[in-house]
Design a binder for this molecule. Structure first.
Ligand code: SF4
Ligand code: SF4
Length: 267
């Protein structure tokens, strides 16, 4: 924590960044919240512990944050993956943000996409054994049972859109859920419309989601959006070889046409 605070102080004093986006203690003792450090004295409020889960890359999409000037971003591995996915989607220029990876009390500056790629290559990859087990179990359910499971799970949604607000890859200026001519998705909360919203969102994230978990953490209904995302990530990996956020190659699944695609993705 001290190393991170010192790094933020040095970066702000030297003027090499205008803001350090990190975490500080939240009002709820179980959670941290985002902190925008704009002067060296504020750096002492930065924390780094298990509560620092939110993917802070989501703030880089905000015009008011971009207007602050060059940012340093405290980044977990999934946040770093988000930056590379932004590169692929032309949402972020190289060297526009200084990523700060924190490991074992050490802070590593990652100023370029190439440095992020190199750093991620040294980090563990893939699901935990528990996540893999759960994914396998749900995917193996007979079709009717799987449908009943997801219909019940997603039908509990209250359409608060906290998942969308927390997701760094949900950055459209106008979301399909707000389009009313035609009204693709009903405004009111009803089981079918709630399910439609979640399925549409999951499809938009398929092959792009970096499994940061911020959407599920934000959901007041504890809906297993994380599990749904993993189901689709597994499909995208199996059928398209998509592992988003590990490179800046512009070949992500739903934006690249390959003549040998099997077209078995949606059944
Ligand atoms: S869909 Fe959820 S897990 Fe995936 S990138 Fe967005 S917030 Fe993270
Ligand atoms: S955060 Fe949860 S309840 Fe709110 S819209 Fe997303 S899935 Fe639905």
């Amino acid at each position: 924590m001290e190393a991170l605070q010192q790094k933020a102080r040095t970066l702000l004093e030297s003027g090499s960044v205008k803001v350090v986006i990190g975490y500080t203690a939240g009002s709820d003792a179980q959670r941290a919240r985002a902190l925008f450090v704009r002067n060296p004295e504020q750096a002492q409020q930065l924390i780094w512990d298990a509560r620092c889960r939110q993917n802070l890359a989501t703030y880089l999409n905000k015009p008011e944050v971009r207007a602050l000037g060059k940012a340093a971003l405290v980044a977990r591995p999934t946040t770093l993956r988000t930056l590379l996915q932004y590169a692929v989607e032309n949402q972020l220029a190289d060297e526009a943000v200084l990523a700060l990876a924190v490991n074992d009390g050490q802070v590593t500056e990652l100023p370029t996409f190439a440095a992020i790629e190199e750093h991620l290559a040294t980090q563990p990859r893939g699901l935990t054994p528990e996540q893999q087990q759960e994914l396998t179990r749900v995917s193996a359910l007979p079709l009717e049972e799987r449908w009943a499971f997801w219909a019940a799970e997603l039908g509990r949604c209250i359409k608060c859109f906290a998942c969308r607000a927390a997701c760094p890859l949900c950055y459209c200026d106008r979301c399909i859920v707000e389009v009313n001519q035609p009204q693709w998705i009903p405004v009111a909360s009803d089981p079918l419309g709630n399910l439609e919203w979640n399925v549409v969102r999951a499809m938009h994230l398929a092959g792009r989601c970096v499994d940061c978990g911020s959407c599920a953490d934000a959901c007041p209904e504890n809906i297993r959006i994380d599990l749904l995302n993993r189901v689709l990530a597994q499909e995208a990996l199996t059928h398209f070889g998509a592992a988003p956020g590990y490179s800046t190659r512009k070949d992500y699944a739903l934006a690249a046409y390959k003549p040998d695609d099997k077209e078995e993705f949606i059944r």
